[in-house]
Write a protein that binds this ligand. Sequence first.
Ligand SMILES: [Ca+2]
Ligand SMILES: [Ca+2]
Length: 301
Amino acid sequence: MKFWAVLLLGVLVGGALAAKDIEDEPTEEQMDEADDVLEALGKDEEKEVEAEEEDEEEDEEEGILEKHPCFDKKCKRGEVCDLDEKLKPICVCAKKCPEPEDPALSVCSTANKTYASECHLFKQKCDLKSSEDGKRVRIHLDYYGPCKLIEECLEEELAEFPLRMRDWLKNVLVQRMSLELLTDKEMFHAKKIYEDERRLKKRADGGDWEAEILLRDFRKNYAHYVYPIHWMFSKLDQHPKDRYLTHAELAPLRAPLVPMEHCTTTFFKTCDDDGDKRISLYEWGACLELKEEDIKQYLID
Ligand SMILES: [Ca+2]
Ligand SMILES: [Ca+2]
């Protein structure tokens, strides 16, 4: 799944980061789950590149060389494959991570420490896990990019957050249509929004409209926002697909968004209306200000 990278295409207006609410923080288990989801996301992208390379290599090597036992072994980030005493492939902590030249590849941990890359963070997590003999390791990926000052999310800023979020979701959907990254059902909805907006001579390229304009547009062209809100919910609802979003399932949206929008964390907390630490489709729709009768299960099936 590659969509987190595409999320970055839509640039939201924003400042620094949300102040962390000490109470009601996710548990260590929930944060570990979020790490696993983020770790797997990054690897999906690498896998596609690797698969192409492997195809080429296989063509060249077929019938000549026997595969190394580590050839098909997939390890987490910060880990590499090695052979145990029985020559079976196992994952062990990486000795070293590649040093990225681009500072944008750095990540910030929940302990507010910047790591040069995801590999560096997950390697340290792996090292600690191995050395502390099963004890819980308190290192988690919080967001992409270097750590930065977290500003408090003011009430009026929080009220504006859904305006930008909705507009952004709509634009991401339309952008993905132009990149031919949608299923037929998604394409059907995206095309309709695109054509309607073109007819209305509206801009469909994202951007930083004033809150007032966004609000006016939401009221006037409300129908354009209904599907994109459902669409993002179903994209995130994957582990498991049960019509609820957990902290881990929100991570692919949260991690790239937090450095751009300091109300992200607070916003997601407010969406959990009944406080059961997961966001139902109804809570998600209500939080993004859809009318109750427009929150429809069939749109996420
Ligand atoms: Ca789920
Ligand atoms: Ca809930």
